[in-house]
Design a protein around this ligand. Structure first.
Ligand code: ADE
Length: 231
């Protein structure tokens, strides 16, 4: 069983790499893939970079070149739904691309030719990830449900309110998850994702995001990954 551990930010990847005793670097497609072990399990850790295209490239290389059996994404997100606050954790049950609109050819948000707007994460792997979060982060408020992705950093109350009105079930917004979910669906690979809420996608999002990445996000990622692979 080979597990891919993907982060979007260098700080998170560094914290995960600190857990691997034996990682070896392989460069593919302008990225460094770190192949090693954690608790005796084979892992490939990589920085996806930011956005859906970067995410799709990374997912495809992980599957085609590195032969991973499952992909786990750890990162941060902006909270959207009321009560999804900074420092909370969101476990994705499904993903949707909030910036996809091929109407009138296809309904708003529907991914053309898939007949759906949402891709679910793998229920069993998501359950393992949720258990790892409970074990690693006692006392943290955990939400699970729909996460939306798009090639925009949402950084105004106006935009986040518009997203909430359009997609009331969305718990949080980020920039990669839906692309991973779609590629993993294409290849029939289990995918799960956990996001710590770094900001509320509002007028303070930029400053909140930057301070959070340093303070909390990398600690969360590493603790969750460790707990997941310890089983
Ligand atoms: N990731 C973390 N915060 C975000 C935001 N406000 N918008 C998009 N992606 C994010």
């Amino acid at each position: 069983m080979r597990t891919a551990i993907v982060s979007a930010m260098q700080e998170e990847l560094s914290a995960v790499l600190a857990l691997l005793p034996d990682e070896q670097k392989q460069a593919v497609g302008g990225r460094d893939y770190w192949v090693g072990h954690l608790h005796g399990q084979e892992v490939v850790a990589v920085l996806s970079r930011i956005g859906k295209v970067a995410a799709a490239t990374t997912a495809t290389a992980l599957i085609e070149r590195f032969g991973v059996d499952r992909i786990v994404f750890t990162g941060v997100a902006g909270g959207l739904a009321p009560g999804v606050n900074r420092g909370d954790v969101v476990i994705a049950r499904s993903f949707l691309q909030h910036d996809l609109d091929a109407s009138p050819l296809f309904p708003r948000y529907e991914v053309p030719l898939y007949g759906t707007a949402q891709f679910d994460t793998d229920p069993a792997l998501t359950e393992q990830l949720a258990a790892a979060v409970r074990k690693a982060l006692h006392g943290t408020h955990v939400h699970s449900g729909l996460v939306v992705s798009g090639d925009r950093f949402v950084a105004s109350a106006l935009e986040s309110q518009a997203l909430q009105r359009a997609l009331p079930e969305a718990l949080a917004v980020e920039m990669e998850g839906a692309a991973f979910a779609q590629v993993c669906r294409d290849y029939g690979l289990p995918f799960a994702a956990v996001r710590t809420v770094s900001d509320r996608a509002d007028d303070e999002a930029h400053g909140d995001f930057l301070s959070f990445i340093d303070q909390v996000a990398s600690r969360h990622s590493a603790a969750i990954v460790k707990a997941l692979l310890e089983g």
